[in-house]
Design a protein around this ligand. Structure first.
Ligand SMILES: NC(=O)c1ccc[n+]([C@@H]2O[C@H](COP(=O)([O-])OP(=O)(O)OC[C@H]3O[C@@H](n4cnc5c(N)ncnc54)[C@H](O)[C@@H]3O)[C@@H](O)[C@H]2O)c1
Length: 279
């Protein structure tokens, strides 16, 4: 497929571009940071004119696309003022999704977040593990993610052959970023993430699986490693963090973020901290 990846210079974007190219796809990256190079276009996706033009074609880069992978965003609150996070992310997501549909692209996979489902979990979720049915935002970044999901769910109704997949990533860990797992025995470690994590390479393979699946309509999938990032048994953590919340029993260290739905598409995380951490 001919695929554009927005946010291609970012953590998840770099891993995704590498994987999709290795799988034989023609990939063009769109990002505002750093100069353009082979296979990359510098585009400010907050500008609809630039976005639509880049989606329709870019001389020496591409002349039409089959799919859009949208990963560009300010990835957390705190980097810029809260309203700026919201404005950038909402505007960019509207521009790329609406622009892609205008340009005739009918397959979109994009990054949502655990912040659309309760992060930092000061309020207990209704049940554990947390699945895709729970939606709650507690900051402007999360609010954007919730509204993007609502927008995507409506946009697919406008063109019946459209497939939009939202991947609710938990905290993404780069291949060389496992030092913090030295704290795995501390019950406050990753408490705001309900203990979850996912390797960037597995985050990229979630995109690849979603592109292969591309069923018409809108679907949300959690993306997390199947195990928790802590060395404390999950049942103990659940009792300590969320007393009284029902827990469906699973493995001793099973993640409190359910990925059964994505696993039903054949996705498997291959990079677990218990193998990657060199403490
Ligand atoms: N990193 C995580 O732990 C995490 C967790 C959950 C969800 N996500 C989501 O995954 C996606 C990728 O996150 P990441 O960690 O790779 O972030 P990142 O900051 O490493 O990369 C994001 C990229 O988006 C680009 N970008 C932002 N605004 C842009 C604009 N207006 N025009 C063009 N490019 C723009 C940035 O230049 C950057 O290269 C985001 O949607 C993020 O919200 C990330």
């Amino acid at each position: 497929m001919r695929i554009a990846v927005t946010g291609s210079n970012g953590l998840l974007g770099r891993a995704t571009v590498d994987l999709l190219r290795a799988d034989g796809h023609e990939v063009v990256g769109f990002d505002v940071s750093r100069p353009a190079g082979p296979g990359f276009v510098k585009v400010d996706l907050a500008d609809y004119g630039q976005t639509l033009d880049a989606l329709l074609g870019v001389t020496a880069r591409h002349s039409g696309l089959d799919a859009l992978v949208h990963l560009a965003a300010i990835p957390v609150n705190g980097l810029v003022p809260d309203a700026t996070t919201f404005h950038n992310n909402m505007t960019v997501s509207f521009n790329v999704m609406f622009g892609a549909l205008r340009a005739g692209i009918r397959t979109i996979v994009y990054a949502s977040s655990i912040t659309a489902m309760g992060f930092p979990f000061e309020e207990a979720p209704p049940a554990l593990p947390v699945d895709e049915s729970y939606t709650a935002a507690n900051n402007t970044y999360g609010l954007g993610k919730v509204l993007e999901e609502a927008m995507a769910a409506q946009l697919v109704r406008w063109h019946h052959d459209t497939s939009i997949t939202a991947l609710r990533y938990t905290n993404v860990v780069p291949a060389d970023g496992y030092e913090s797992f030295a704290r795995a025995g501390d019950p406050t470690y990753r408490r705001d993430l309900i203990g979850s994590y996912v390797d960037a390479r597995d985050g990229a393979s979630a995109v690849a699986v979603s592109l292969r699946h591309r069923a018409p309509g809108f679907e949300v999938y959690n993306v997390a490693a199947p195990d928790s990032g802590l060395s404390i048994p999950t049942a103990e953590l659940a009792k300590q963090w969320f007393p009284g919340v029902p827990l469906t029993p699973g493995g001793e260290f099973e993640s409190l973020m359910s990925t059964a739905k994505l696993q039903s598409l054949g996705w498997r995380a291959e990079h677990l901290w218990r193998d990657e951490y060199r403490g």
